[in-house]
Design a protein around this ligand. Structure first.
Ligand code: F6R
Length: 610
């Protein structure tokens, strides 16, 4: 959730740290800070504003020094304030932290007795004081004090620690929150995400759980928590520094919506072979392991969970595989019955979502035949810990609201469905051919839908000043209605709920009046006539309708009903294509409402705490 950066170099590191923070701001943005070492002292600057404000503040109060750490925060313990913002300082030590120290209260109590005083309400300051106690009061070398304190921790952390009296080393550690080490020439770095370090290096060590590292300008030493040396594997990133520029767009979210045709093309690349879907070359995929699968459990959070719900419709209908979908924060705390020959699937943009990762770790002990993740970040924890992985290849997604990650997750699930369906003989070669040719047409079809942006932006004006909104869909479009509602509420702050249209009369219809727009996702499919009856129920009660259709059925515009017609496209693509105008609608509503589109309040992109 928070973003951390650290650097040790033969030049001033504050520009590297501030640029790193700017690139990590998607992870949390309620306060931020930077701390460097020069002339045996700390230079520490913090703000409860965004990184841009911190950069301006650093111009007023420069932070020289060749060793430094920085942090952008998503508050867990203690509200956003300069005192609670990181880096925290105790004596000669300063530290930044992403994660939660669950036993910090107990640690703090003991340290209070030992004479420590605390400035902040954070768990981080308690852990830092514990490290300080072991180092300064009990005489352990700093790395030993660091390792000992971490072995006492219950919870999760990615940490960067510096000592103003020994500015030749940067210490980092990881358990449950992501951390990468970036390797430069005569300089080394650490950060929560490679994106932060792309301007300075492409060579990375992805730290694993329970690892500690000591970085100097010339070397990186990696250890386990008992300080046994470990071998570090170096990987080259193929992301470029430009992946986090907005280009010609006003917001990252807008850019990412319009990148979807290319993202989808890249998702399918190398996975279609003639009239067939071929996933045999996908990392780790083994036909033998997959052909026996006769049930699937999908576990994910938020938007990725909605992708799973769509996947269930496809997997059951096309591949004949019994599928259930669960929210990760629920799954991890209940006792599930695991069917034999069952595949466990996680879906995640970041691959670091704490609840999804915990569910995977639980599933590995529960007797599933195999685990598979659908994920956008290579080298993420989910990718590393799953038996098989299907990369979505959407490219870096910076806007907090997930857009291209969602549609590429859907495409991956469709590819998986067709692959499994064919493997099991549930899908005829003719149907497989039909679907693969539809998939090939998807980028162009997505481009055609996105070309209707102006119409959607006019429609968004209808939502100005509205406080509530319903999204309705039936069948496979029900999860798309859920996703449309989530997108609208999270970035425009208009309260929105998604419903299966058939559920309307079981409660939500009581809400219908002329002040609450009802958005209906109404493609040309077998359930259209049923959906039309639900639309009539809304119309009869004076509701205002905004219908996304394909011009089929008896739907007509009238003063109560606005219809936005999407170009014709193969039915199998409807869930993906109908998502696009809903993303645009949410985007334009947010712009009209003047919210911070890419960094909506209270949210963070990567939810690495439960
Ligand atoms: C909503 C959104 C979130 C994420 C959720 C899971 O737009 O982005 O609901 O989908 O936090 O994140 P990942 O997919 O990274 O596991």
């Amino acid at each position: 959730m928070c973003g951390i950066v650290g650097a040790i170099a033969q030049r001033d590191v504050s520009p590297i740290l501030l640029e790193g923070l700017r690139r990590l701001e998607y992870r949390g943005y309620d306060s931020c800070g930077v701390c460097t070492v020069s002339d045996g002292g700390f230079n520490c600057v913090k703000t409860v504003e965004k990184v841009q404000a911190l950069t301006a503040k650093v111009q007023q109060h420069p932070c020289p020094g060749r060793l430094g750490i920085a942090h952008t925060r998503w508050a867990t313990h203690g509200g956003p304030s300069e005192t609670n913002a990181h880096p925290h300082i105790v004596g000669n030590l300063a530290m930044v932290h992403n994660g939660i120290i669950e036993n910090f209260a107990q640690m703090k109590e003991e340290l209070l007795k030992a004479g420590y005083a605390f400035k902040s309400q954070t768990d981080t300051e308690a852990l830092l004081a514990r490290i300080h106690f072991l180092h300064a009061k009990q005489g352990l070398p700093l790395i030993n004090a660091f390792a000992k304190a971490l072995s006492e921790v219950k919870g999760s952390y990615a940490l960067a620690l510096i000592d103003r009296d020994h500015p030749e080393t940067l210490y980092v550690a990881r358990q449950g929150s992501p951390l990468v080490i970036g390797l430069g020439i005569g300089e080394n770095f650490a950060a929560s995400d490679v994106l932060a370090l792309l301007p300075v290096t492409r060579r990375f060590i992805y730290m694993k759980e329970g690892e500690i590292a000591a970085l100097t300008t010339s070397e990186v030493k990696l250890y386990d928590l008992s300080l046994n040396p470990l071998h570090a594997e170096i990987a080259e990133s193929d992301l470029d520094a430009e992946s986090i520029s907005k280009g010609k767009y006003r917001h990252f979210m807008q850019k990412e919506i319009f990148e979807q045709p290319e993202a989808l093309a890249s998702t399918m690349m190398g996975r279609l072979s003639g009239d067939r879907v071929d996933l045999s070359s996908v990392a780790g995929f083994s036909k033998a392991a997959l052909s026996d699968i006769d049930s699937i459990k999908i576990v994910a959070c938020g938007t990725s969970y909605h992708a799973g719900l769509v996947g269930k419709y496809w997997l059951e209908e096309l591949a004949g595989i019994s599928t259930s979908v669960e929210i990760a924060s629920e799954y991890r705390y209940r006792k599930a019955v695991v069917k034999p020959h069952s595949l466990f699937v996680t879906i995640s943009q970041s691959g670091e979502t704490a609840d999804t990762l915990a569910s995977l770790r639980l599933a590995k002990k529960q007797g599933y035949a195999a685990t598979l993740c659908v994920c956008n970040v290579s080298a993420s924890s989910l990718m590393r810990e799953s038996d098989f992985s299907l990369m979505t290849r959407a490219g870096a997604e910076i806007g907090v609201a997930s857009t291209k990650a969602f549609t590429t997750q859907l495409l991956c699930l469709l590819l998986l469905t067709v692959y499994l369906g064919a493997l099991r003989g549930a899908l005829s070669p003719e149907r497989e051919k039909e679907i693969t040719s539809a998939i090939r047409a998807l980028p162009e079809a997505a481009r055609a839908v996105l070309s209707g942006d102006e119409r959607v932006s006019r429609l968004a004006e209808e939502f100005a000043g509205k406080h509530h909104c319903l999204f309705l869909g039936r069948g496979i479009m029900y999860p798309i209605a859920l996703e449309g509602a989530l997108k609208l509420k999270e970035i425009s702050y208009i309260h929105a709920e998604g419903y299966a249209a058939g559920e309307l009369k079981h409660g939500p219809i009581a809400l219908i009046d002329d002040k609450m727009p009802v958005v209906v996702v109404a493609p040309d499919n077998a359930l259209l006539s049923k959906l039309e009856s639900n639309i009539e129920e809304v119309r009869a009660r004076g509701g205002r309708l905004c219908v996304f259709s394909q011009g089929a059925g008896s739907l007509r515009e009238d003063p109560q009903t606005e219809i936005l017609t999407l170009p014709p496209a193969p039915a199998i693509l409807q869930p993906i294509l109908f998502t696009l105008p809903l993303q645009l609608l949410a985007y334009h509503c947010a712009v009209i409402n003047g919210t911070d589109v890419d960094q909506p309040r209270n949210l963070a992109k990567s939810v690495t705490v439960e």
